[in-house]
Design a protein around this ligand. Structure first.
Ligand code: NDP
Length: 281
């Protein structure tokens, strides 16, 4: 039976480090969270972000803009936050109203205030191994792998899912550690080759968003499995990997919920502290 790789205790340890770092800063770090229009999901997400921020001694300013805000007005608002010395980090809540392109908007956030780590300049730095601010979910996975004790050097690592926020940056971070990385995606599945790749994985990371996509018996004996997926099935949250059969084969596996999730918001706060340090330097 696999050991559970739980995110919560790890997040608590990382938060202690964040608090200590905050204590060394000249000013309390400030995070601006920009929300356009009303959305119940985003509202509840910002509440939990605010709680997490304030518990660490971070000021969380929710900036609510009306639902009919135009793209150009939002860009001007972001420019104002970029110029505001008291604001250390900026996040844009999803969803944005129709007609506003998130990718376009987020590129206007100053890279040193981009706490989601998705600005092209920050993504580019990952290629050179110089990134200080990393995409939160990819960073959360790297923390879990580090906590697993796995030496990534030369390991067969298979990443399923090639999204810009998880799979792609993760593949680069793993390469930086000299893992042998295979990235699978819809094309792999359509070619009927997903199982073949998954079976080879000494470390398997899945970020797709399809419950049960990865069959438990595909998991290699002794593998480490990180399941990023979040799927609601019959009122329950499950991952992308069939948990019970996979748990019998893996050496370590993340639970869903309780694996990657609790770490993601912690990574956002860590990025904010990094951002504040960059701005102080
Ligand atoms: P995206 O939808 O952006 O990406 C999903 C990826 O999976 C795409 O690369 C897609 O390929 C690929 N894919 C789709 N179907 C298949 C298939 N049958 N076989 C192989 N690959 C496939 O999702 P995200 O990366 O944003 O999120 C992935 C999952 O992780 C979701 O469940 C999300 O909720 C969860 N998540 C969890 C977080 C956490 O904190 N725990 C944070 C962020 C995400 P293509 O684009 O080519 O179709």
């Amino acid at each position: 039976m696999a050991k559970l790789l739980e995110g919560k205790p790890l997040a608590e340890t990382i938060k202690e480090g964040i608090k200590q770092e905050i204590a060394t800063l000249k000013n309390k770090p400030v995070l601006a969270s920009v929300m356009v229009g009303e959305n119940a999901g985003a509202e509840s997400y910002t509440k939990s972000q605010k709680k997490a921020a304030e518990a660490l001694g971070i000021e969380y300013n929710l900036e609510k803009l009306p639902g009919d805000t135009q793209e150009s007005a939002l860009i001007e608002f972001i420019k104002k936050l970029n110029a505001d010395k008291a604001t250390n980090g900026i996040i844009i809540q999803m969803p944005l109203p129709q007609g506003i392109d998130y990718k376009k908007i987020s590129a206007f956030i100053a890279p040193e205030k981009d706490v989601e780590g998705m600005h092209p300049a920050n993504i580019g730095k990952i290629i050179f191994g110089k990134a200080k601010i990393l995409p939160c979910t990819a960073a959360a996975v790297m923390e879990l792998l580090s906590a697993s004790g796995a030496d990534l050097y030369g390991k067969e690592v298979v990443v399923v899912g090639h999204s810009e926020i998880v799979g792609k940056p993760l593949a680069l971070l793993l390469l930086e550690k000299f893992a042998t990385v295979t990235v699978c995606h819809i094309g792999t599945s359509k070619a009927g080759k997903l199982e073949e790749h998954v079976r080879k994985a000494e470390i398997l990371i899945v970020a797709v968003g399809k419950a049960g996509l990865i069959k438990g018996d595909w998991v290699k004996d002794g593998a480490i499995v990180i399941d990023v997926g979040i799927n609601r099935v019959a009122e329950k949250i499950v991952g992308d990997v069939e948990f019970e059969p996979a748990e019998k084969k893996a050496a370590q596996i993340t639970p869903v919920p309780g694996g990657v999730g609790p770490l993601t918001v912690t990574m956002l706060m860590r990025n904010l502290v990094e951002a504040a340090k960059l701005q102080q330097a």
